[in-house]
Design a protein. Structure first.
Length: 254
């Protein structure tokens, strides 16, 4: 149902109800924003360990003094080891590309020089990097092989995308200015390549595949299901049906 925005919004509500606010339902980790409007930690193993009493969740750290951590609720604890998982920035690219300080179109093409493209520099709020980097690679290949042209108003589109992103992620992770909604972002790239399925048209021309795309898990093969290449279409059909028959998909239908 991610193909229809109104339905996908309901999926967000359902997931929040099932998993709890923020994807865990743990009060100490409760975010200031709704589901899908922040970076979501994918692994849920920690929730199981919390339920077993092996891990104790804590809130925001306000100070560190020696081996003692103090939290926003005023509580403090001492630990034998403190590991700082602060992440990293892309500053290492600056020495390599000192002249490129501007914006990118769809997190891929450098606006001032579209012969420079970045692949894998968009972070999905939900899902993995390959979910977006594969579509980015397809877009780059299509542009560099002159199969499609980039829009002339890339700068204006990039500015508009940045404004929308600042609204979508205003309560969290603004420091991660490359966060994207996995499904909407892939649809945007698919639109540029002319490969996004037209669900309205498909409902009347091919109800079978319309039904499959609506109720079964999202995959990249949705974007090759109607490819001009017969081999690609055949592979997409087999993989979508295989995904639909998988154990995880079967659980969703129960």
């Amino acid at each position: 149902m991610v193909w229809i925005k109104q339905f996908s919004d309901w999926v967000v509500v359902i997931n929040s109800f099932i998993w709890g606010h923020g994807g865990t339902g743990i009060n100490e980790w409760k975010p200031a924003c709704d589901y899908s409007h922040s970076f979501l930690t994918k692994g849920r193993d920690c929730v199981e360990w919390i339920a077993k009493g092996k891990i104790k969740p804590k809130g925001m750290i306000t100070s560190i003094s020696g081996e003692t951590l103090t939290y926003s609720n005023g509580e403090s604890d001492s630990y034998d080891h403190i590991i700082l998982c602060t992440g990293y920035t892309n500053e290492y690219l600056s020495p390599l590309l000192p002249q490129h300080k501007g914006s990118t179109f769809k997190h891929v093409f450098y606006v001032d020089d579209p012969t420079l493209a970045f692949c894998g520099f968009a972070r999905p709020t939900l899902g993995s990097l390959p979910m977006v980097s594969e579509m980015q690679a397809r877009l780059i290949a299509n542009v560099f092989s002159d199969k499609i042209n980039l829009p002339m108003d890339m700068k204006a589109i990039s500015d508009k995308d940045r404004e929308k992103s600042n609204i979508d992620f205003k309560d969290t992770s603004l420091r991660l200015n490359y966060l994207v909604n996995t499904y909407y972002y892939n649809d945007e790239l698919a639109d540029l390549m002319g490969i996004k399925p037209n669900m309205g048209k498909l409902l009347f021309t091919n109800p079978y595949w319309c039904f499959h795309l609506l109720i079964n898990p999202w995959t990249h093969f949705h974007y090759t299901l109607f490819d001009k290449n017969e081999r690609y279409r055949s592979i997409a059909e087999k993989m979508i049906e295989k995904t639909a028959a998988g154990s995880e998909a079967a659980k969703l239908r129960l």
